[in-house]
Design a binder for this molecule. Structure first.
Ligand SMILES: [Ca+2]
Length: 307
């Protein structure tokens, strides 16, 4: 249980949105601001999969409380460009999904329903803005519009106990970090406080990068074919992904699984979170709450999530 208490405390501590300067963060955490090559295993000392149905409302064999703890442990840290032109106070709104790939049978006893754990768990973070501000540092590229949803995915590999007979596992290890055009370990990712990927967001477009650009400008954005400039100087606002909100069901921004996300327990209607008329599982283009004025160029929220 020690592991879980420790992680819970950390999760609570990280639930606060902070805005520190680049220099402050570097000064406090310089030894941890590293380019990742290997990653320590996290030992697990109790059963993870299975458990009572009432603690697993999205029917994926993982306790919904543990989903939040895992998501908090790897929650990203955002670094904006100093020329950002569209970020509203407290943005982005970060929703999360912890996905096992299992659909739990509700017709069998608990231990049997989840007796075949997956090899990995994927955590997806979707960060939402009311507006995309366009290529803020580009002379000839615009492309601003209502609504902006972008995602990052952390994959954890699972080691099962040699004598596992039910849902016990032995440890978790970070296997992959993916966002935008980038994938660790193919590309170097930066971590803060050991576990949290740092995501650099370009000015206006909020395109994702694993490091700031030399001189603050990327001449040929990897996110378009038009030679647009992405501004990525890493000298703007910094903010933790905040996975809790008192306006959300159970106070958490968990969206659940595609096959089960009852709205008493998971985020569905985003109107309560400042995005009028939007749903975390919406099938219409995401418009950042703008309704009819939307140009409908952004993917529906339902396409953001793993299934
Ligand atoms: Ca669950």
């Amino acid at each position: 249980m020690g592991f879980f208490f420790a992680i819970s405390f950390r999760a609570l501590a990280l639930g606060v949105l902070t805005t520190m300067t680049f220099g402050q963060v570097l000064a406090q955490n310089s030894q941890e601001w590293t380019r990742l090559r290997t990653f320590p295993e996290i030992p697990i000392t109790q059963d993870v999969f299975g458990g009572p149905l009432q603690s697993d409302r999205d029917l994926d064999c993982l306790s919904d409380d543990l989903e939040w703890i895992l998501a908090s442990q790897f929650a990203p840290y955002f670094v904006f460009d100093s020329r950002e032109n569209a970020r509203q106070p407290n943005e982005p709104l970060t929703l999360f999904q912890v996905h096992t790939g299992i659909i739990r049978s509700t017709h069998r006893a608990d231990a049997i329903a989840c007796s075949n754990p997956p090899r990995e768990i994927k955590i997806r973070y979707a960060y939402l803005f009311k507006r995309d501000g366009g290529y803020a540092t580009s002379a000839w590229c615009g492309d601003d519009h209502w609504g902006d949803n972008t995602a990052a995915t952390v994959t954890l590999s699972i080691t099962r106990a040699p004598d596992a007979t039910r849902g016990e596992i032995q440890s978790l290890r970070l296997k992959e970090v993916q966002f935008g055009s980038f994938l660790w370990s193919k590309h170097a990712v930066r971590l803060i406080h050991r576990f949290h990927p740092v995501i650099y967001l370009s000015a206006g477009k909020h395109h994702e990068f694993m490091a700031p650009a030399p001189g603050g400008i990327i001449d040929n954005s990897p996110y378009s074919n038009w030679g647009c400039q992405d501004g990525v100087d890493g000298r703007g606002v910094q903010a933790w992904a905040r996975l809790e909100d008192t306006r959300a069901p159970r106070g958490l921004l968990n969206v659940g699984e595609s096959h089960a996300h009852p709205s008493e327990f998971f985020v569905v209607d985003l109107s309560h979170l400042g995005l009028a008329g939007e749903s975390a599982w919406g099938i219409a283009p995401f418009c950042g709450g703008a309704g009819r004025d939307c140009s409908q160029v952004v993917a529906p929220m339902s396409q953001v999530w793993l299934r």
